[in-house]
Every structure is written in structure tokens, then in C-alpha cells.
Design a protein around this ligand. Structure first.
Ligand SMILES: [Zn+2]
Length: 402
């Protein structure tokens, strides 16, 4: 028997997406999971456990439901400061445009982030990762993008490098084209050129292997499709796969560009066209929907998740954790809004937050419990996993296996 092997038993059941079938979810009651070297070696009904495992030490699952850990494929993990003051001003009726013209909004976060040391950023990031981990999230995508200048973006990458070294499950995305910094006000064209021609190559040269993806915010008044293509093609030449902030506040053709560039994902998509959906499905682009952002922005335009599924897209869900439009580290809120507002079934929302989220990051051994899957596994102390959504305000906390 292999070292450290164990059979997880006394499980009320397990629920897992089938990695070989886009939307199929297996529900097995009275389940057992055999683990070896941190990976699932066998799973099924306890009474079907193969004889070879019968002498293996067991781990008591405490009568819980076993689910794969969540994967969060869109976060802005590292930023300094918070914007609760601005949030309350907006509740008092002050328009965002006025707050922004006074130097608030994203500029406030950029100022605070530029002033933070690498050490401070690492501490902020680690505390947030601990919170996410305690709520069942085992892996995230994390972006730069609150530096908006070479040295500050470089410090963000250095902080991500240190968090990776400490063992956190992170895929890092370069996003200097998150917004147009004050220094380039009115010159999106010039800024997109310096990002593409100078900053991306320099950031990759300074921190080789830290980032795997490159992203850009394509939106009316921010970057055009042409400027987005310039940045993402520069990233591709450096070995960074594109992801895109697309069609969030208006239709701009971001989903279509994602398909053209074979991006890993197109994210937000509240105003995605039907042509964009078909193109994403054909190109294997994962649409990543961010319902807590729609909630926090007070918008009524929820992303057309059902239409995307009908078009053949493997939809994923993410938190979009950021200080302006989604100050939320709660995966259960994302799951619940996926069902309540995007009208996904429970099984679809679970698949979107596990299997499809992991696939969009190329993490094929996460997001399911089939043999080969990597732990930790989330053990939810709940009568039935449907309760995670149905009991809408309950702060369930899973126990995570090692
Ligand atoms: Zn975002």
C-alpha cells in the first residue's frame, strides 16, 4: 500500500462534475473516496470499495457531503486600501462620475497600491487567500492591474511570486491595461502601445514564469477592440494566454475578439451578442460570469447564462474580487446568485465554479473528484448539498481534507 494512503469514509455522499462530460454531475450517496499521494485513486459507493483498499487506514468524513474545492477563475486579489467610504457616498446619491472626477474610485485604489510595499501586498494577499481557503476555494486566478505603471505592476508580480512560493494555488494574469492611468489621461492609444511594446516584455523579463495569462479591459471609454488586440497579441508573443474583460457595461465585441484570439476566457459578458456566444463555443473560450459584480453595481442586466449554455458554451462563475465593484470573498454568494439571478440549476452552478473554472485555467486535476483529481476536498456539514443554495443566507463552512 502506498505511503499516506487513506480511505475517506462515513460520507453522507459525494457530488462531482464528470470531467469527461461538460454538464454531467454524479451524486453518490453513502460514498467512499480512496486517496493516495494527495490524489483521488478511487471513488464510489462505500459498499463497492475494491478489496485492495480494505486494509488501508480510514479517515472519518463526519457524515459530511464531499465536493471538489471551488476554483475562482477571476480575481483582482492584490490591491491596497478599501473603498467603503465611496460606497456609502454612492448610497447617499453621489454619482460615480463625480467621485472619479474628485480623484476617487479606481484612482484611489491605484494610489494606495502604488504606495504599498511588496511585503504589505503579500500580507494582504495571504489574509485574503486564507479567507477564501477556509470557505472551500482551493485555487484562484489573480490579476495585477492596480499599479498602472511599470514599477508598481512589477511589485504586484513580485508579491504574487512570493505567494506562489508559499504554496498558494495561483495562476497569475498581467493586467496593466486595466484602466488608463492619470499620466495617460485621454491617450488610451499611447498607453496600450507602451503596455504592449515595453511593459509586458519587461515584466516577463524581470519575473519569468510568474504570470501565465494577459488581460485587457475592453469597454467604451477605456480600450477599443483594436487596442485590446494589440496588448493581447504582445502577450501571446511572450507566451501569455489571453483573457478579456469583455462586454461588461456595453457591447464592444470583446467576446468575438476572445474567440478570434483563442483566449482562455472572456469575462463579465452582461452585453454579449449571440454571435459572440456562438463564436466562443466554437473556439473553446470559457465565458466567465461574475454575478456579485452585477449585484454590487446595482445593475439589472445579468449575463445571459442560459443563452450561452444553449449556444454550447462551458460557462464558469467567478467572484471578480476587487475593491470597486465586488468586495466579496464569499464563494457561496457567487453560487447562490448563479442560481437565483443567472438561472443556472444547482448542478450547473456547481460545475461552473469547479470543473469549468478549473478548465479555463488549464488545471485538469481540479474541479472534480474523479481518479487523478488533486485535493483538498471540501467536506460540507450539511444534510444535502442543495442546501448550500437553498438556505440562502447560511454561512456554511467546509472542512478541507489535507
Ligand atoms: Zn475583473
Amino acid at each position: 500500500m502506498m505511503n499516506g494512503a487513506t480511505v475517506l469514509t462515513n460520507l453522507k455522499g459525494l457530488l462531482t462534475p464528470d470531467p469527461n462530460s461538460p454538464w454531467k454531475v454524479d451524486r453518490i450517496e453513502d460514498a467512499a473516496i480512496a486517496m493516495a499521494e494527495g490524489r483521488v485513486a478511487w471513488m464510489g459507493r462505500r459498499t463497492d470499495l475494491p478489496l485492495e483498499w480494505s486494509d488501508t487506514p480510514t479517515t472519518d468524513g463526519g457524515g459530511a457531503w464531499a465536493l471538489p474545492g471551488f476554483v475562482d477563475p477571476h480575481t483582482h486579489l492584490l490591491f491596497a486600501g478599501d473603498r467603503s467610504g465611496e460606497f456609502n457616498r454612492r448610497l447617499h446619491g453621489v454619482p460615480y462620475a463625480q467621485i472619479a472626477s474628485e480623484g476617487g474610485g479606481i484612482r484611489e485604489t491605484v494610489r494606495a497600491t502604488r504606495a504599498a510595499s511588496v511585503q504589505e501586498l503579500v500580507e494582504l494577499g495571504e489574509a485574503r487567500l486564507q479567507t477564501l481557503g477556509s470557505r472551500g476555494v482551493v485555487h484562484i486566478e489573480a490579476k495585477t492591474g492596480y499599479g498602472l505603471e511599470l514599477e508598481a505592476e512589477s511589485r504586484l508580480l513580485q508579491a504574487y511570486k512570493e505567494l506562489k512560493r508559499r504554496g498558494w494555488g495561483l495562476d497569475v494574469t498581467l493586467l496593466p491595461a486595466h484602466d488608463i492611468p492619470q499620466e495617460y489621461a485621454g491617450d488610451a492609444e499611447g498607453y496600450s502601445r507602451i503596455v504592449a511594446d515595453a511593459w509586458l516584455p519587461e515584466l516577463v523579463r524581470r519575473h519569468p514564469g510568474v504570470a501565465s495569462y494577459c488581460d485587457v479591459f475592453i469597454e467604451t471609454g477605456v480600450f477599443t477592440v483594436e487596442q485590446g488586440r494589440r496588448v493581447l497579441e504582445a502577450g501571446k508573443r511572450l507566451g501569455l494566454r489571453p483573457r478579456i474583460h469583455a462586454d461588461e457595461l456595453s457591447w464592444t465585441g470583446g467576446a468575438e475578439l476572445a474567440a478570434e484570439l483563442r483566449a482562455a476566457s472572456a469575462d463579465h459578458l452582461m452585453f454579449c451578442s449571440e454571435k459572440g456566444m456562438t463564436a466562443m463555443a466554437a473556439a473553446g473560450v470559457t465565458p466567465i460570469l461574475l454575478p456579485t459584480t452585477t449585484l454590487c453595481l446595482g445593475m439589472r442586466d445579468w449575463a445571459p447564462a442560459r443563452k450561452m449554455i444553449e449556444a454550447g458554451c462551458q460557462v464558469a462563475l467567478a467572484s471578480d474580487f476587487n475593491p470597486g465593484s465586488s468586495p466579496c470573498l464569499d464563494p457561496l454568494l457567487v453560487l447562490r446568485l448563479g442560481c437565483l439571478q443567472l438561472r443556472l440549476t444547482f448542478e450547473e452552478a456547481l460545475t461552473a465554479m469547479t470543473l469549468h473554472a478549473a478548465k479555463s485555467l488549464g488545471q485538469s486535476d481540479l474541479g472534480h473528484l474523479y481518479p487523478g483529481a488533486r485535493g483538498p476536498i471540501a467536506l460540507w456539514p450539511i444534510n444535502d448539498p442543495l442546501g448550500l443554495v437553498y438556505w440562502v443566507g447560511e454561512p456554511y463552512i467546509p472542512i478541507m481534507t489535507p
